[in-house]
Design a binder for this molecule. Sequence first.
Ligand code: NAG
Ligand code: NAG
Length: 469
Amino acid sequence: MGLKMRPFLAIYCLGLATSIVARNVITHLPTHPDHPDFGVASELQPHSLLGQLVKRDEGQRCGPGVGSCSSGNCCSAVGYCGKTGSHCDASVCQAAYGHCEAAGTPQGPPTDKIDRPTLGNLPYAPRSIRSCNVPGTIALTFDDGPNMYTSDLLDLLDKYNANVTFFITGSPGAKAHNIGKLDSEPSASILRRMLTSGHQIASHTWSHQDLSKISPEDRKTQLLSNEVVLRNVLGGWPTYMRPPYSSCTSESGCADDMGNLGYHIILYDIDTEDFRNDDPATIQKSKDIFDSNLDRGKASERSWLVIAHDVHEQTSHNLTEHMLKKLAADGYRAVTVGDCLGDPQENWYRMDDRVTGFPISKLLSSKSSMAASRDGKCANPTVTCTGSNFGPCCGSNKMCGSSDAHCGVGCNLRQGQCRLPNNGPLYSAPKAKLGLKNMPTSPKSESTTLSAVSFTAALVFLAGAALTR
Ligand SMILES: *[C@@H]1O[C@H](CO)[C@@H](O)[C@H](O)[C@H]1NC(C)=O
Ligand SMILES: *[C@@H]1O[C@H](CO)[C@@H](O)[C@H](O)[C@H]1NC(C)=O
């Protein structure tokens, strides 16, 4: 295992440097190998690694501008041909320049043509989210699964009445303990159980590659393939994702690509480092990290976004119960990431309307649709001004009305009607035509100018769409 890890560590050090530059996008450094195969990263010294790497891989170079590997060789993430796990594992190898183990592609119709409206008030990529904002909540998150420990974890969560979020890696080749295809049993039942038990399902990409280091095409495939396999089981796919190794820089184009695909990038503010401590003798370190963070504040004022990995035995069988007890004792509730951010459940997934009767559509159709505002306010994203007594438009001040201030620049098309430019007619968003980036629901902190520009662009687009019908 020690030998297998080294190429990864070198990339990981380079990744650190890149992401210091990319501070605006992901201020959290990727101190997180976030993959079971690379569990003891901290024990090795970065400066010696590059030397060892060159000595170790005697094969030819490969990669962008160099070329592909021949005769079944895989191109490692650092650009060497070979046949070992560190060349060929789906999570590290460069599929465009040689063979890769079990990355493959899922069966079923692609999702790439389906509209991806930005819904709700939560920032979408390129911005990333590292913290919860509802006091008294803790979002425990579990990456890389499901695997053989996940069912036990679900039993435990039921016992404690806790909701959590699972960041799912779809490719069977990228799992620590392979339990087969995600859309076959037993994985499919585990996924359905997650959803019906009140947990949130999010994407951790198809095969756990470093999204900052692969081509834009491969990056897109990493998300779209995971959408297909999750859709095969659930009828839709998540709008929340976490980049493997927390790596998704703006320089590489990754952060913008995630925005174009309609994703929220979710990081964390407590790293349990459970991947380093998967041993009865050391898991106490992870418990201590969790406890000492909670001890820094009160539940009435704080909330936390915690990363762990259900694919580790000690995490599923030991650490999680400790966290559930501690958080309850301190007065916190264990909720999903969506709940700890105040984002309603209907914004967590995108439906594939070509399939019906799947778990996600049942879950969402059991919820009532948007209600007309009764008090003239439209701050709550499930409230619409359409049909209210205060006016049809939800303005940037989160109030319903019919003046330019409500219906013009900053008007929220998802929660009512808006007016077309130059005092044109009121316009409602046809659901199918909402597949736009930068809708007026963009994050509050964005500048007015930017919102105005994107709002106008959206209206012009919608006007065009209406005219060409
Ligand atoms: C967990 O989710 C279910 C279903 O959405 C919900 O009814 C329940 O209140 C949630 N529990 C907590 C602690 O938020
Ligand atoms: C759980 O963790 C504790 C340390 O916090 C350890 O002493 C104990 O052996 C672990 N239990 C199991 C079943 O591994």
